[in-house]
Design a protein around this ligand. Structure first.
Ligand SMILES: [Zn+2]
Length: 284
């Protein structure tokens, strides 16, 4: 296995990143005091610029039976996120890993928050899709939620990303709305996992005897595996977010799935383990 590539049976997954930023996690975990995170300093040293979080903006390219898809497109070169400068490194990472934007047949969007749609279109010409041969796929409930007047007219942070990076896809005729379980490539199936956003989706990845789950932002950090009930401010529906988190973690553990996430430590994949009565995500 080469570095930065995970093989799940015959499916090859390459980890890419739009870069990392440091931010004060009290923005996203407002009810959790900074001291709570100290117990994790030694377990996830790569996740802390003490006492703050390093946040990875993870992106995954998956190849299965001649089909190539990318899951999410980072934040892009659009100013600050969570009060921090953003590296906007994704296109450099595509080049470093020798993957052309023209190879991508499907852009799968777990959900429509700004740090998952940023490179959907070209920064120098925002009406043009970055992935010139791709269909872009997102759940209908996210499209309807994020293009509602409530968001477009009333929520400047969220609406900016939607207007800049999502609505142009619809205007270019490359956006497909999906509902329920949908196979995107052989062995790669999108499932509806609402809570973080109304139309949040995850990917079930299955080939031979191996299974993996791209969990998207159901996990806001690896610590969310151990602390699934912490209030996570970006979740649209807090209670449903917790329920979905428990449900997916239980399923992943039961079925011995590798768990991948947008904001887990690079390269972003690991297994679930138990240690001293608690459950942890363990990257590898
Ligand atoms: Zn995110």
């Amino acid at each position: 296995m080469s570095e930065g590539v995970l093989n799940v049976g015959d499916i090859a997954i390459t980890s890419l990143s739009d870069g990392q930023l440091v931010f004060d996690q009290r923005i996203t975990f407002p009810d959790t005091p900074l001291e709570h995170w100290e117990q994790y300093y030694d377990i996830f040293p790569e996740y802390f610029s003490k006492p703050y979080f390093y946040l990875n903006l993870g992106v995954f390219v998956m190849r299965s039976s001649g089909k190539t898809l990318v899951a999410d497109t980072g934040f892009g070169p659009h100013g600050q996120m969570l009060g921090s400068d953003t590296p906007a490194d994704l296109m450099n990472d595509f080049a470093r890993k020798g993957i052309g934007t023209d190879e991508i047949g499907t852009v799968f969007l777990t959900h429509l928050h700004g740090d998952h749609v940023g490179w959907n279109t070209r920064p120098e010409e925002l009406s043009k899709p970055t992935f010139e041969n791709a269909r872009y796929r997102v759940h209908r409930d996210d499209w309807e939620h994020f293009t509602s007047p409530e968001i477009l007219d009333g929520d400047p942070i969220r609406s900016e990303a939607v207007k800049r990076s999502v609505i142009p896809l619809d205007e270019a005729g490359v956006l497909d709305l999906i509902e329920g379980e949908t196979e995107l490539a052989p062995g790669i199936t999108a499932i509806h996992t609402p809570g973080h956003t109304p139309g949040h989706m995850s990917l079930l990845i299955s080939s031979g005897r191996e299974r993996a789950l791209l969990i998207g932002d159901v996990l806001g950090s690896p610590m969310h595996v151990t602390d699934p009930d912490l209030t996570y401010w970006p979740d649209t529906d807090q209670e449903l977010g917790k329920k979905t988190r428990h449900h997916l973690l239980d399923m992943a553990e039961r079925e011995e799935m590798i768990v991948l996430g947008s904001h887990l430590s690079q390269p972003g994949w690991g297994t679930l383990v138990h240690w001293e009565g608690k459950r942890y995500w363990k990257g590898f």
